[in-house]
Design a protein around this ligand. Structure first.
Ligand code: MN
Length: 202
């Protein structure tokens, strides 16, 4: 069973001016497509061929770098497209807003911590807002295409929000200014989707 590239759930220019159309085209049609194609190549004829993506993440550490990097790449990007949207931005509400206040003190404090995790990730990787094993919200980051669902995760937790801090995610518009991209990212967040992830993760 081969994996397939999901369509971007909105138009390529839907996140303008925060994330530009050309970046979205290349990011989805080339980078994400590449992870899907290379994942299919890496699992062909192996014990991973008929596993779900979530199950592959759980054994990523022993599956070899091609499976680990491309399974992570496919999962992370699918998740990333979904937690953004054309009517994004604003603030979380209800139970999620309360949980953020409890864990971080305030929404602004959580954003600061998340931005620091993204800006501080040396090289390529991801920043995450996630639910840990005790049900508490945490912020962490992971290198390359790893994520907190992998057996090799430094911070094992369930992501409810994530931001791609690879240069390919922002370089055309923001060049070396990763912090500016991270600030603009918040204008794209689909909080309804994040709240749904939070409810499922708890
Ligand atoms: Mn990416």
């Amino acid at each position: 069973m081969a994996f397939t590239l999901p369509a971007l759930p909105y138009a390529y220019d839907a996140l303008e001016p925060n994330i530009d159309k050309q970046t979205m085209e290349i990011h989805h049609d080339k980078h994400h497509a590449g992870y899907v194609n290379n994942l299919n190549k890496a699992i062909a004829g192996t014990e991973y061929e008929n596993m779900s993506l979530d199950d592959i993440l759980k054994v990523a550490g022993k599956a070899g770098n091609a499976v680990r990097n491309n399974a992570g790449g496919h999962w992370n990007h699918t998740f990333f497209w979904e937690i953004m949207g054309p009517d994004g931005g604003g603030k979380p509400e209800g139970e999620l807003a309360k949980a953020i206040d409890e864990a971080f003190g305030s929404f602004e404090a959580m954003k600061e911590k998340f931005n620091a995790a993204g800006a501080g990730r040396f090289g390529s990787g991801w920043a995450w807002l996630a639910v840990d094993n005790s049900g508490k919200l945490v912020v962490c980051s992971s290198p390359n295409q790893d994520n907190p669902l992998m057996d090799v995760a430094e911070c094992a937790c369930t992501p409810i929000l994530g931001c791609d801090v690879w240069e390919h995610a922002y370089y055309l518009k923001y060049q070396n200014k990763r912090a500016d991209y991270l600030n603009a990212f918040w204008n794209c967040v689909n909080w309804d989707k994040v709240a749904e992830h939070y409810k499922n993760a708890k």
